[in-house]
Design a protein around this ligand. Structure first.
Ligand code: PEP
Ligand code: MG
Length: 734
């Protein structure tokens, strides 16, 4: 029983207060329990006997729909909504309107908070925001031990119930389709061979077959254009030729095993080693070997994969997947991918991004729950997978998908419209890129150029440090694809979470604040020199913009500039063409650098704010820690005040300033940035359309006046005020 002051008591008091505050007849809190069930935990207004008795599956009814979509919903006439389900035990038949918001914590769904009214009430956006704010507070209460999460509830128990899973996002987007379960494993029947020579011959034949198959993949039409997925496959082919791996298999055959058993043995040894390796990058490379072993066994069994009979809307499920395995599937039919393992840097994720399909990884035990041809929804935006969803969820996601397609078409139609505010102020929109594939959308987005090209991405997709020639080719391709638009090349920004397979640095206590980025390249100047040389060569007489990352003090910038000067002189002495002009810039992502602003401004042509890192350092709050993800906001007064000072200093000295962190791509954040004086923003391609639309609906004058009084407020975040401003002034923030 809930005692005075217990979490449940507080919850009861809170729902009462919310109902009063929002003038609602009902306020109820549903909490997500094990078994994907939303249980009524507290209510003001519904029958008290329904508490702990009313349960809805995620996706069931309007409450379930809010949980499934992790989005707020409001209906003046809820009872006539197709998803409405009536629960007589609640006595809710007299309430007509309903507004609900998900209770989220660190991106995880914890439950749903709902208000209802007897009248057909139209809830305002402001009321939704208030409810969302309260839900944020409630999330702490729910997380703080209100529910024993591991307690299993028996809920109409049959194994084929709709199920919802959470994982981590390896690529965003939404896909609806049918499950295909990837089975690579062929069991080995015969273990011991009498004729080792014959087994060796079989092995060699199968290996040749495997090499041919990989070559055929590499030569296929869509690989011929190059790009990272080609790099990844080439790495993979290199593994297939790895003398150590082949040698171990041959040795096992010579020891008396059949070819299959030998491959299996080496495979098992690899797995055993893998379980002891903690370095995630190495683990992924070992997974490539595992994939190869599976393929080889298939070749030996005479089952080299022919074309599979796939549904047109295949959602592929696998424990993990090698890059070549993914490419075995018909790309036109592949709509989504769900993995039990996986990390954002794994090769298959890089390929999936280039193919533009949503991917969710680290979904525990999904393979034991999915059945072939199950209907599936993959929501790469909220990191959820729905198995066998009900018609209500399916139709909600179908509508969402159709809306996306419509919106994309509308944004594409607007691509040539200038990004100018209603009162005539132009804002430069640029894209962030790292994959060659990102560049292919440059034209269709209508962006002015590349504001941030992350050079480390091709480094991460390769088996070894690319030499000057390989780098020159990559950068040359970028220049070519940019077709005369400016590109800002950021020098190697590795370390932290971006690990290179061939630089096995010691693990660090605090990698984000560790030996990373320019700290590495200044300590290993040969790497920086080679990269700068390749950039100068690739520019071939064109303008070159170089940007140094993670600069913490002017001294570091001077050092880097010195190396750049040396390389320019060296190339000239070799008779190579000089770039038409070299523009030098720095990222501003370490707060200390802003305290040397005067000296800095004398040394750079441009500055780009890396808000992802800057905000984590301003608040001393790890950007990758889910427990902290909601704690500090990019629109906190401290962040905007810091940035405003920077804007003013750059304006005084005529130094070009932009921002290339994630916040630049969020319409509300972008509006605030423009309001404090930013005139250039760089973002990932899909954000260009929404941000352009926001700018075109904005009148800058009144916003500037509004914001000048805002930054001194003691609020934790100015987001709600800025959203309200946008709503009241017709600014389209999506
Ligand atoms: C940033 O820190 O905001 C940034 C753009 O760099 P990255 O996300 O690559 O660290
Ligand atoms: Mg950064």
């Amino acid at each position: 029983m809930a005692g005075a002051g217990s979490a449940e008591e507080r919850l009861n008091r809170t729902v009462g207060l919310i109902a009063d505050g929002l003038k609602a007849d009902v306020c109820s809190c549903y909490v997500l329990r094990a078994g994907e069930v939303l249980e009524l935990f507290a209510t003001k207004g519904l029958l008290a006997s329904a508490v702990h008795a009313t349960r809805l599956r995620v996706g069931e009814g309007l409450v379930g729909l809010i949980a499934a979509q992790a989005k707020p919903l409001a209906f003046a006439d809820a009872q006539n909504h197709p998803a409405f389900v009536y629960r007589p035990e609640t006595g809710e038949d007299i309430y007509h309107s309903l507004m609900g918001v998900p209770i989220l914590r660190g991106g995880r769904m914890m439950g749903v908070l709902v208000v209802q009214n007897k009248t057909q009430r139209n809830y305002s956006e402001e009321e939704i925001e208030i409810l969302e704010t309260v839900a944020m507070v409630l999330a702490e209460l729910v997380a703080g031990g209100l529910v024993p999460r591991d307690e299993q509830l028996s809920y109409d128990g049959n194994a084929l119930l709709p199920l919802r899973f959470e994982g981590i996002r390896l690529n965003a987007g939404i896909a609806i389709g049918h499950a295909v379960v990837h089975r690579s494993h062929v069991s080995v029947q015969r273990l011991v061979a009498e004729d080792s020579e014959a087994e060796l011959a079989r092995f060699k034949e199968a290996l040749a077959g495997l090499h041919n198959q990989l070559d055929a993949l590499l030569n296929s039409a869509d690989m011929a254009q190059g790009g990272e997925h080609r790099d990844v496959l080439e790495t993979y082919r290199m593994f297939a030729q790895d003398a150590g791996w082949i040698g171990r298999i041959v040795e096992a055959i010579q020891g008396g095993l059949t070819a299959e058993a030998a491959v299996q043995k080496v495979h098992d040894d690899t797995r055993a080693r893998m379980s002891q390796v903690s370095d995630p990058y190495l683990r992924e490379r070992l997974l490539d070997f595992e994939d190869l072993a599976n393929r080889l066994i298939q070749h030996l069994a005479g089952k080299a994969s022919g074309p599979l009979d796939l549904p047109d809307d295949t959602i592929l499920f696998a424990r993990t997947l090698g890059p070549a395995e993914l490419l075995d599937y018909d790309r036109k039919k592949l709509k989504g991918l769900v993995l039990e393992e996986g990390s954002p840097t794994m090769h298959v994720a890089i390929i999936a991004r280039a193919l533009d399909i949503p991917v969710i990884g680290r979904v525990p035990e999904i393979l034991s729950r999915v059945e072939p041809m199950d209907p599936v929804v993959v929501d790469g935006d909220t990191n959820q997978v729905f198995l066998r969803p009900g018609e209500d969820i399916l139709s909600a996601f179908r509508a969402n998908l159709a809306l996306r397609v419509q919106r994309l078409a509308a944004y594409a139609a607007e691509r040539d419209l200038p990004a100018v505010t209603k009162d005539g102020e132009a804002v430069g929109l640029f894209v962030n890129a790292g994959l060659l594939a990102d560049l292919q959308y440059l034209e269709s987005s209508g962006a002015q150029g590349v504001g941030l090209y992350r050079t480390e991405i091709p480094f991460m997709a390769r088996p070894e440090l690319p030499d000057v020639e390989a780098q020159t080719q990559i950068y040359g391709k970028i220049f070519e694809l940019a077709a005369g638009r400016p590109v800002v090349f950021r020098t190697l920004d590795v370390g932290g979470d971006k690990v290179l397979p061939y630089w096995n640095g010691a693990s660090e206590e605090n990698p984000a604040m560790g030996w990373r980025s320019i700290r590495i390249t200044l300590d290993r100047p040969a790497v920086l020199r080679q990269q700068l040389r390749a950039l100068i060569r690739a520019a071939e007489g064109r303008e070159l913009s170089v940007m140094f990352p993670m600069v913490a003090e002017v001294f570091e910038l001077d050092k880097a500039r010195e190396i750049l000067g040396m390389e320019i002189a060296r190339e000239a002495s070799l008779g190579h063409p000089k770039p038409k002009r070299v523009r030098v810039g720095t990222m501003l992502e370490v707060p200390a650098l802003a305290f040397q602003i005067e000296a800095l401004l004398k040394r750079v042509d441009f500055i780009s704010v890396g808000s992802n890192d800057l905000v984590q350092f301003l608040f001393a709050s790890d950007r990758g820690n889910p427990r902290l993800s909601d704690r500090y906001d990019t629109l906190a007064p401290a962040v905007l005040t810091f940035l405003k000072r920077l804007v003013d200093a750059c304006k005084d000295r005529n130094v070009s300033l932009s921002l290339c962190g994630e916040m630049g791509g969020q319409p509300v954040d972008a509006m605030a940035l423009i309001g404090i004086g930013f005139r250039n923003l760089s973002m990932h391609v899909p954000s260009i359309g929404p941000v352009r639309r926001m700018i075109r609906s904005l009148e800058l004058g009144p916003l500037e006046a509004f914001m000048s009084g805002l930054l001194d407020r003691p609020d934790r975040s100015l987001r709600l005020r800025l959203k309200a401003y946008a709503r009241d002034h017709g600014v389209d923030i999506g």
